[in-house]
Ligand binder design. Structure first.
Ligand code: H2U
Length: 354
């Protein structure tokens, strides 16, 4: 029998953070595609649209008028999924019909006053304002809530409802599923190995060098060994950091540059405004602020849906819905493709403007 080759032979990979297995089928990457093709993202977005409720000076449906903001602007979501107060469901002792209280606070963070700009096209100093806003939201909401989820849905294909550059913050009175699993897996790993899982993981990836994409003084961008989405990536600080608010000034400046670079690489992959869902995961807040959370390592995850062009996306259907997540290209092949892309944005090719 032929010797096992991870770029040729189907195999399973374990995701120790999420405690799931992924099917890797590298031999399938060359199959022809006759399925659905997405619309490429529109590039004709007006810089200012007085009717867009996320723009400066625009009136939102609740009658509030946005200020003439010039950096980031944060407001309470007008259609929040969670509310700070309200009645709780009755307790039930029936294991088949369980419910629990869910309170929260949902906010919207506009990154920039212009609608026709995205993070990779923003100046690093403006991205730094976004980083600072993420931190201040995490600190303010984290006082009262156990989990503060910061996430950006970019692109209509990811369900983003508004082209204006923005992200959302959902603070929750409970640990949602993904963080709850990460809380358990990192705690167990730490108890067994005496080191945080992701600190150990990064040490090993820096030696293996197979899945690294970009490195900076304080940050490393890589395709995790266990990535599910074709171009899924993770951004990790080099130092052990529990939460966004624990980053020092140099790390925050370096993060702003790194975000510009990595998102430029993503845009350059298919020369399109690359859709993704990105979010931050760090140690929980609320009552956890008074507990030892050394098992946690801060990280950002990027889940982009595109597979082979600006218009062909990966569908998580069929076997993925019924059984296990599956990918064709290996994590190493994705990392190599990303690594070979320029740091100059494709919209700026041939110009001085980076
Ligand atoms: P997306 O990130 O999925 O595009 O969502 C935008 C959020 O902005 C969405 O949660 C909120 C929506 O409720 N929003 C307002 O709070 N006020 C508005 O006037 C428009 C959109």
């Amino acid at each position: 029998m032929a010797q096992f080759n991870p770029s040729d032979h189907p195999h399973l990979r374990y995701n120790p953070l999420s405690d799931i297995w992924i099917v890797v089928s590298p031999h399938r990457a060359k199959r022809p595609w006759q399925g659905q093709v997405e619309k490429a993202s529109s590039e004709n977005i007006p810089r200012h649209d007085p009717k867009n409720p996320l723009c400066p000076r625009a009136e939102r449906p609740n009658g509030q008028v946005n200020p003439d903001y010039s950096q980031t602007y944060v407001f309470d979501n007008d259609f929040p999924a969670l509310l700070p107060g309200g009645p709780d469901p009755p307790e039930s002792d029936d294991p088949l019909f369980r419910s629990a209280p869910a309170h929260g606070h949902c906010r919207v963070v506009c990154f920039h006053p212009w609608s026709d700009i995205t993070l990779p096209l923003m100046d690093v100093k403006d991205i730094r304002h976004v980083v600072d806003t993420w931190i201040s939201e995490n600190v303010a909401l984290g006082k009262d809530f156990e989990w503060v989820q910061i996430f950006e849905n970019r692109g209509a294909v990811m369900g983003c409802s508004n082209p204006h550059p923005h992200c959302q913050v959902w603070a929750c009175s409970f640990l949602p599923n993904e963080p709850a699993v990460k809380e358990r897996t990192q705690r167990e790993y730490f108890a067994k190995n005496g080191q945080p899982m992701l600190v150990n993981y990064l040490e090993k990836e820096l030696i293996k060098k197979e899945r690294l994409v970009l490195e900076s003084t304080h940050w490393v961008w890589l395709v995790p060994y266990w990535a599910t989405w074709p171009f899924e990536t993770m951004l990790l600080p080099r130092r052990h950091v529990l939460r966004l608010q624990d980053l020092n000034d140099d790390e925050k400046n370096d993060l702003s540059k790194m975000l510009k670079n990595l998102l430029t690489v993503y845009d350059n992959l298919f020369e399109t405004s690359f859709p993704y869902c990105m979010g931050w995961h760090g140690a929980p807040t609320g009552k956890y602020l008074n507990e030892d959370c050394s098992h946690w390592q801060l990280h950002a995850v990027f889940y982009p849906p595109l597979l082979r062009s600006a218009t062909v996306k990966k569908f998580m259907v069929g076997f993925e819905m019924m059984a296990s997540a599956q990918r064709d290209m290996t994590a190493e092949q994705s990392a190599e493709r990303l690594r070979n892309l320029p740091l100059v944005h494709y919209k700026h090719h041939g110009s001085q403007n980076q």
